[in-house]
Design a protein around this ligand. Structure first.
Ligand SMILES: Cc1cc2nc3c(=O)[nH]c(=O)nc-3n(C[C@H](O)[C@H](O)[C@H](O)COP(=O)(O)OP(=O)(O)OC[C@H]3O[C@@H](n4cnc5c(N)ncnc54)[C@H](O)[C@@H]3O)c2cc1C
Length: 452
């Protein structure tokens, strides 16, 4: 490829925060709130014009990962900032009570209201926020990120942080800083999906069908010649009357594989294909799905839903065996019981359940980036294998990781901005003090009745 040497330039230093958080999705939002709440001057940089990341830009049907399900009972497994967010949403009628589907329990929510509550939460915590701003480069000296370069409508700017948390989902900052990473399963990632919502649904009529019956309807449509990429459709209740959230599309390239989700040309084609599939489902659902006769798409996420790209190499890589064994390491900073969820080439989604009652802890070492003294990751770009990430990536778990990263960043400031300079037990103690959960909430203390 031909190259051009750009002009040398002087870049204005726009901020010197204690903690810089890159990306305001589930993980970054919690990281920034936790760091600022702990007294660190905290700057949160977000590419979009709103916070929430996948939760609000892609939009999801439900916030998953907040519960352990065992023998038909569910108990809370994530607390802290996640619980605060859900409580706030419920208070404005923007979240429904915990909902059981398959062997999962999760929270249906309104993504538009979540944007607003996220604004309020970061403001209340004293986070400095820059939206419409993208991190594009990093300077590294002796294993420390000493400068982060951003671009926005003002031009380029340099930020000189003490500690950096990469919660960009794609590990953009860590990759630009030269951290090692893998992509999916030897380069093959989970399939992406465009997400959409329908209004005008006769929800009562639709709910008369079981999940299996819904899948049968879509299999019938596929048999009738409609080229549906998925028939195990996630059609989720929404807090607003007559609205259903649909997780139904699946983006393949011409070879039937997941496109390169870090390539702008491939992403362009994928976004367009996502919208094509959305309207294919509108036609099919109106024709085949009871309750959808009058339904229309009211929204498609403004960003393709990307489940997995770079997995940044940390001091430890979370492995599938740890999930199955319910490993609870000494430096566990978040717990998760979500199954390994595979969105592959077939029309169904493959659920690989953990043994009944099993949950696992995510080690702090999955957040400390190998070879860096002041760089943490949190969220779906944690240090994990492809299989382990397919469980740990759900939104509530990402928030728990983010909260831990924020508190760790604040602790590391006291240790000379070294993310390994304090005992993990201290981090766990601080997390528990904030209301985070490091084990399922005791059944006897009951559900804190998050929403409803
Ligand atoms: C189609 C789909 C369906 C899913 N369904 C569910 C579900 O039902 N329930 C559930 O709980 N989870 C679901 N998940 C998983 C879950 O939503 C995500 O894994 C989780 O929300 C990721 O959070 P995150 O903060 O790690 O990353 P993201 O949500 O990806 O947030 C990253 C943020 O960083 C910003 N950013 C990225 N790069 C830069 C940069 N260079 N500079 C500045 N900002 C940047 C982005 O704009 C974004 O706001 C789904 C995911 C997908 C894709």
């Amino acid at each position: 490829m031909d190259t051009l040497t750009e002009n040398a330039r002087s870049t204005p230093v726009i901020a010197r925060p204690d903690v810089l958080v890159v990306g305001g999705g589930a993980a970054g939002l919690a990281a920034a709130i936790a760091a600022a709440g702990d007294g660190a001057s905290t700057l949160l940089i977000e590419h979009h014009g709103f916070l929430g990341g996948t939760l609000t830009a892609v939009t999801l049907g439900t916030i998953c990962g907040g519960y352990l399900v065992n023998a038909g009972e569910h108990s809370e497994i994530v607390g802290g900032i996640y619980a605060d967010l859900v409580t706030r949403l419920a208070a404005r009628g923007a979240a429904l009570p915990p909902r059981r589907w398959l062997d999962n329990v999760s929270i249906p929510y309104d993504p538009v209201a979540l944007r607003h509550e996220a604004d309020r939460m970061v403001a209340a915590a004293g986070v400095e926020l820059l939206l419409h701003t993208t991190v594009v480069d990093a300077r590294v000296e002796s294993g420390r990120v000493t400068a982060v370069i951003i671009e926005n409508k003002n031009g380029r700017g340099a930020i000189l942080p003490s500690v950096v948390i990469d919660a960009s989902g794609d590990g953009d900052l860590a990759a630009r800083a030269g951290a090692a990473f893998s992509i999916g399963d030897e380069g093959s990632t989970q399939f992406a999906s465009a997400m959409l919502r329908f209004s005008g649904v006769n929800v009562a009529r639709f709910q008369q069908l079981s999940r299996a019956e819904r899948q049968e309807r879509l299999e019938q449509a596929a048999a009738d010649g409609h080229a549906l990429p998925r028939t195990s459709a996630g059609l989720q209740l929404h807090p607003q009357h007559g609205v259903i959230h649909a997780n139904v599309t699946r983006i393949r390239n011409a070879g039937g594989e997941s496109p390169d989700l870090l390539d702008a040309a491939a992403l362009t084609a994928a976004e367009i294909e996502g919208r094509r599939q959305a309207y294919l489902y509108e036609d099919v659902l109106r024709q085949y799905m009871p309750g959808f006769e009058q339904a229309r798409i009211i929204d498609i996420g403004c960003h393709l839903g990307i489940r997995e790209t770079r997995l940044i190499a940390g001091d430890h890589r979370l492995e599938e065996a740890e999930l199955r064994a319910g490993a609870q390491p000494d430096d566990s900073i978040a717990c998760c019981a979500w199954p390994m969820e595979s969105h592959g080439a077939a029309r169904g989604t493959v659920w690989d359940w953990l043994p009944p009652g099993v949950w696992y802890g995510i080690p702090y070492r999955c957040l400390t980036v190998r070879g860096f003294a002041n760089l943490l990751v949190a969220g779906r770009n944690l240090s994990a294998s492809h299989a382990a990430q397919s469980s740990a990536r759900v939104a509530a778990t990402c928030m728990a990781m983010g909260e831990a990263a924020g508190v760790a960043a604040s602790l590391s400031l006291q240790a000379g901005s070294d993310t390994r300079g304090f005992a993990p037990a201290l981090l766990r103690e601080r997390l528990l003090g904030r209301g985070a959960l490091l084990a399922p909430r005791d059944a006897e203390s009951g559900d804190r009745a998050l929403p409803g």
